[in-house]
Design a protein around this ligand. Structure first.
Ligand code: HSE
Length: 430
């Protein structure tokens, strides 16, 4: 039986994503109503610039007073696509206080202060859904929160930033330098005028915090995530990776420790073997590889950004929240019962590819090898190429704690015979 009284939706933000949400709500109104069991009606749209022409949206719905909109009391679902910490946080908590559930795409806020949002939703018996916050259209939050709720996730390894994947892909496939590839990403509209959030790994770190919290049923905040961007990645790194049968990707890696007593979350460029499924993720696409105890290895792949793909995730949440509302139920809330602590980067154990410029004379290799040994880091392979009394030395280690590797590099830098540490890159996914 279809309910005739519509469910009312308030849209906060009408930019690239918000305008697509509004468009699909209008063009697919009948299908959405049939899937939900009641029509959904756009009851208000809060924007910053009311004079902007917005095709397909009744101008009478436009307001600059987002607070008044979420306080109306007759709104069933608030869709927040304005981003940032404030006023988004206050608007979302106010929406819960005034009887609405919330669908949000706000990764920065969820990573910074998800606990406040979850607690406000629970206090008022409302839903908080945020599929669009991580990896655009790719269903990832719901599979982790619901489909895998009976399993134990041990590792999440993902390419969750399309801009940096595009840049690294161009460096790899076209031999472009970092700046050239960034310019191309900007020209194509992938990178923002200020690309810091993407290229320095902040965007991916926020997504890693959200994924780790959900995957391991604990609280992980942005500050808990070790972050390194791609600005230092060079064509030489890509060439070295190729020589090892690898490519370089900016990875978000969330892991449960082997003893199960802690977790780690990190974002950094890493070499991965060409045989790993993530190596074939090209251009601005995203993909997330999940390792779970019973399920084994799962891979989620698709467009991680853009108006329509992100709107797809928002609308999926909107349908779910509206269905819950009609059933007088709520979906899953926060699950942080494990209270697993987040360990520092120094505790992470992985392999390393280190490129050194050294003097090419007797005893240098032995000296370098001794430093590795003194820090408990076992060497897997060494390659050396010499020219005019200098040599470049590439060392690949066995698995070692990050703290031991940092100590090794610090000591190597102090050797007279080491002219410089050209690059250090972790090797993942083997
Ligand atoms: N700027 C992000 C990316 C999309 O390049 O993937 C939004 O999170």
């Amino acid at each position: 039986m279809m309910r005739t009284r519509p469910l009312k939706v308030a849209l906060l933000g009408c930019g690239v994503v918000g305008s697509e949400v509004a468009r699909i709500m209008t063009t697919h109104a009948d299908d959405l109503a049939a899937r939900i069991g009641a029509p959904v009606e756009l009851a208000g749209v809060a924007v910053r610039r009311p004079s902007k022409v917005r095709a397909g949206i009744d101008p009478a719905l436009i307001t600059t007073d987002a607070t008044a909109l979420v306080k109306r009391g007759d709104i069933d679902v608030v869709v927040e696509v304005i981003g940032g910490i404030e006023p988004a946080r206050t608007l979302i908590t106010t929406a819960f206080e005034h009887g609405a559930s919330v669908v949000s795409a706000n990764k920065a806020l969820l990573a910074e202060d998800g606990a406040t949002l979850y607690e406000a939703a629970a206090k008022h018996g409302k839903d908080l859904y945020f599929e669009a916050a991580v990896a655009g259209a790719i269903p990832l939050i719901r599979p982790l929160r619901e489909s895998l709720a009976g399993d134990t996730v041990n590792r999440v390894l993902g390419i969750v930033n399309g801009t940096t994947n595009f840049i690294l892909d161009r460096m790899d496939s076209a031999g472009a330098g970092y700046s050239e590839a960034l310019d191309e990403a900007t020209a194509l509209g992938y990178a923002e005028a200020d690309p810091t959030a993407d290229v320095e790994g902040f965007d991916a770190a926020a997504k890693a915090a959200i994924l780790a919290g959900i995957a391991f049923h604990t609280r992980v905040r942005l500050d808990d995530v070790h972050r390194e961007g791609i600005t230092e990645v060079t064509s030489a790194d890509l060439a070295s990776a190729k020589g090892m049968g690898c490519t370089v990707k900016l990875l978000a890696i969330c892991e449960r420790a082997a003893d199960g007593r802690s977790v780690t979350a990190r974002v950094h460029p890493a070499m991965i073997p060409l045989s790993h499924p993530l190596a074939s993720v090209r251009g601005a696409y995203n993909a997330v590889f999940v390792e779970a105890e019973a399920a084994g290895e799962l891979m989620f792949y698709g467009p991680g950004a853009g108006g329509a793909p992100t709107a797809s995730a928002v609308l999926g949440d909107l349908v779910a929240v509206c269905r819950n509302k009609l059933n007088e139920a709520t979906g899953p809330g926060e699950s942080a019962y494990t209270q697993l602590p987040v360990s520092p980067m120094g505790d992470v154990v992985t392999r390393y590819h280190i490129s050194l410029d050294v003097a090419d004379k007797p005893g240098v290799l032995a000296q370098v090898a001794t430093v590795f040994a003194e820090h408990g880091v076992s060497i897997d392979t060494v390659r050396q190429k010499g020219k005019d009394g200098e040599a470049s030395l590439v060392v690949v280690t066995h698995r070692a704690p990050d703290a031991a590797l940092s100590g090794t590099v610090e000591a190597l830098r102090k050797l007279d015979t080491v002219r410089g540490v050209a690059s250090i890159m972790r090797v993942e996914g083997e």
